[in-house]
Write a protein that binds this ligand. Structure first.
Ligand SMILES: O=C(O)CCC(=O)C(=O)O
Ligand SMILES: [Mn+2]
Length: 212
């Protein structure tokens, strides 16, 4: 029996409705990585502008019916890639299955995301505390997959000023939040310079959501 493989999938509660699944994506990593490389070669990541006119420090791309976009018009979802006006490609089956399995492990059955945001961080990139609130249906959870360089994930509460716990996310970790914590504030501290055997100097995050 492999005790460590079991431990790797133990769910760690973070808040009501939220949990951290260390190593949950590792068994699918080879397939995940090959999908991602293929996707990014056709839909390169873009540096979007915030509604306030600042460039985001992460680069983004999307899969699914709805891609997350940001610009002077605000944050939201678009069926079209703003760089090309073309639709985004479907979310590959391996990613859909991983998202459904992680959601189920966290207690959310039959999660079918229609949006997979790909966030690409280089050293120094970060994401300030924010709520995911551009979706129409808050009954569905969020599944967030970490690939490559480690990151400190900040998971707070319903109010911006609530104390945030600091989660040391590693390659292959998954975080799921929904229910009472669906709109809890969260963010990512600045990525430290380092090298990862798979991704080099990158951290890649997949955020799977039911947007509409
Ligand atoms: O990169 C992460 O771990 C979180 C990303 C996130 O919160 C978002 O894209 O809304
Ligand atoms: Mn978020």
């Amino acid at each position: 029996m492999d005790l460590f493989a079991d431990q790797a999938h133990e769910a760690m509660p973070l808040a009501p409705g939220a949990c951290w699944l260390p190593g949950f994506a590792l068994p699918n990593m080879a397939a995940l990585w090959s999908c991602l490389q293929h996707h990014l070669s056709i839909y390169p990541a873009q540096q979007m502008m915030t509604p306030m006119g600042h460039l985001m420090s992460v680069n983004t791309s999307s899969m699914g019916t709805w891609g997350w976009v940001s610009g002077p018009q605000g944050y939201g979802y678009s069926a079209h890639n703003p760089a090309t006006q073309q639709p985004w490609p479907a979310i590959p089956a391996v990613i859909l299955q991983l998202a459904a399995n992680a959601a189920e492990k966290a207690g959310y059955l039959k999660f079918v995301p229609d949006s997979c945001l790909i966030n690409i961080y280089t050293p120094g990139s970060k994401m300030g505390l924010h709520q995911d609130k551009d979706e129409q249906d808050f009954s569905q959870p969020i599944v967030s997959v970490s690939i490559g360089l480690p990151a400190t994930f900040l998971f707070g509460g319903a109010q911006r000023g609530d104390k945030a716990v600091r989660i040391p996310l590693q390659h292959g970790d998954v975080v799921v939040w929904g229910g009472e914590s669906r709109r809890y504030y969260h963010g990512v501290a600045a990525i430290r310079p380092n090298q990862h055997p798979l991704t080099g100097n990158l951290r890649i995050n997949l955020t799977l959501r039911k947007a509409k």
